[in-house]
Write a protein that binds this ligand. Structure first.
Ligand SMILES: [Zn+2]
Length: 487
């Protein structure tokens, strides 16, 4: 009896083992069809932006966004958890910028927004000094000019500046103004149409000493003309808060079928600034990640390695959510299990991938990219790169030696004018572009999670240091307080 019973079982096991595993091309075809037919990225982002609004970390809206994505991932049938963290962070209050004559008459109100990490309260009424681009050379040319006054600087490089002038980040321009004795800084945006920009003015993520505001390009350039003829003063008043806030990363997990201890992370920051709904930064990236999770679940894809789909919060205030995640992984030793990170920030319509800067890592992306290109050679041209950069959530992992990748986006130039601005809304989102990202990034994610040999490995401490130096990131990381080494 037993033998008779076992025989069919054994033969079916043999048969099962002999069945060749689905090829990469077959899996990619499935992903492609699923996303083209059923992608929810565009629709859910539309719903979230209209029902929640912005997704500022620590705000009521931010909490609603965390819950929305948690519920959404659950509704797809995924294992979901919150990763709560608590940090001190800055929140915008009121701001008013008035500009008038030195005799304090005829003040005119200018449209302005506070830059993040401005003081919790400020009330200055001082002369304005035009400091051009606000670079070291501008201060060297006018020593002491801004001492006790308000610096007016352009966020970009003004036309007519010396050839090859390289720009500094708004936070670095603010630090320079402060070092030169300014008591306030007005930064002129470079986008047409009175667009206002926010973002941090702090190099460290801590509060800065002077109020920093952004005004529109047209207002700012007109003001520069006025200052050529007469002296003006600015009255800047603002209140902000800097409090301990609570936020939650949202994590959905698909357990690996063979190497379940090894993790591939795909993440995008869910949070946004509060001037608009942040549909581009980073609605398109984070909602693509949500739809990638949906796709994997819908197709019941089970690659060798475990995948974590993560909505990071707090990116805009200084990569807070990814830092908290990495800190926890360092503490419990699981950092070594994180084999690769795919970051999705303002990404869409990719034509290739960035291999993240480790020597030789691009070979894998070129190879897998050929299979993606075979699916859609019009949208995906397999144009890959291999460099390391900063200022998004992959940074928290990269400085610990974890390799990363991100899509090489091919989006309409026009959307970048609304970066960190009051016009970053859903009307900028292109449905096909977000869907293309879900298609191609899901394919690359699957390849990473299922490959026998990953394109790069986690670097040890000395290798990480050399890697960051080799990619020219040391000085920037030092300014940002993220350089972990003595020298
Ligand atoms: Zn972003």
């Amino acid at each position: 009896m037993k033998k008779i019973f076992l025989l069919p079982l054994i033969s079916s096991l043999l048969l099962f083992n002999c069945t060749p595993k689905e090829t990469l091309d077959e899996t990619f075809q499935k992903i492609n069809s699923e996303v083209l037919a059923n992608s929810k990225a565009y629709a859910t982002l539309g719903e979230a932006t209209s029902t929640i609004g912005h997704r500022l970390t620590g705000s009521e809206n931010g909490a609603k966004a965390e819950e929305y994505t948690y519920d959404l991932l659950k509704s797809y049938g995924l294992d979901v958890k919150y990763f709560p963290f608590e940090v001190e962070t800055w929140m915008r209050g009121d701001v008013e910028v008035q500009i008038g004559n030195l005799n304090k008459r005829n003040y005119e109100v200018y449209s302005a927004v506070s830059l993040a990490h401005s003081p919790v309260s400020a009330d200055v009424d001082l002369e304005i000094v035009d400091m051009g681009n606000g670079l070291e050379a501008d201060y060297a040319a006018k020593p002491g000019a801004v001492e006790g006054k308000i610096a007016l600087v352009y966020i970009g490089i003004l036309p007519g500046s010396p050839e090859g002038t390289s720009n500094l980040h708004r936070s670095e321009k603010t630090a320079l103004a402060t070092d030169n004795g300014a008591k306030g800084i007005i930064i002129i945006n470079q986008v047409d149409g009175g667009v206002l920009l926010t973002g941090t003015a702090s190099v460290t993520g801590g509060l800065i000493d002077i109020p920093a505001v952004c005004i529109g390009k047209e207002d700012g350039l007109a003001l520069k003309e006025i200052l050529k003829k007469s002296k003006k003063r600015a009255k800047i008043t603002m209140t902000n808060t800097s409090d301990q806030i609570k936020a939650r990363n949202v994590i959905a997990t698909i357990k690996g079928s063979e190497l379940s201890d090894e993790k591939i992370i795909v993440g995008g920051h869910l949070d946004s600034w509060d001037l608009a709904t942040g549909a581009i930064d980073n609605g398109i990236g984070s909602f693509a990640v949500l739809d990638m999770a949906r796709t994997f679940k819908a197709l019941n894809l089970k690659p060798k390695r475990t995948i974590e789909f993560i909505m990071f919060m707090g990116e805009e205030q200084g990569l807070l959510g990814s830092r908290a995640y990495v800190d926890a992984a360092l503490k419990d030793g699981s950092i070594d299990n994180i084999k690769y990170v795919m970051n999705q920030d303002m990404s869409g319509n990719p034509r290739g991938f960035n291999a993240g800067g480790q020597k030789g890592a691009d070979g894998f992306f070129d190879k897998v990219g050929e299979h993606i290109k075979a699916i859609d050679s019009v949208a995906f041209t397999n144009q890959n790169s291999n460099s390391a950069g900063l200022h998004s959530d992959h940074q928290s992992f990269m400085i610990q030696g974890v390799p990363y990748t991100s899509p090489n986006s091919n989006l309409d130039r026009s959307i970048y004018g609304c970066y960190h601005s009051d016009c970053d809304d859903f009307d900028l989102v292109n449905e096909e572009h977000i869907r293309n990202n879900v298609r191609f990034s899901s394919m690359m994610l699957y390849a990473l999670a299922d490959t026998d040999t990953l394109p790069a490995r986690k670097l040890n401490d000395a290798e990480t240091k050399a890697f960051l130096e080799g990619n020219g990131l040391k000085l920037k990381l030092k300014i940002g307080g993220d350089w972990r080494w003595e020298d």
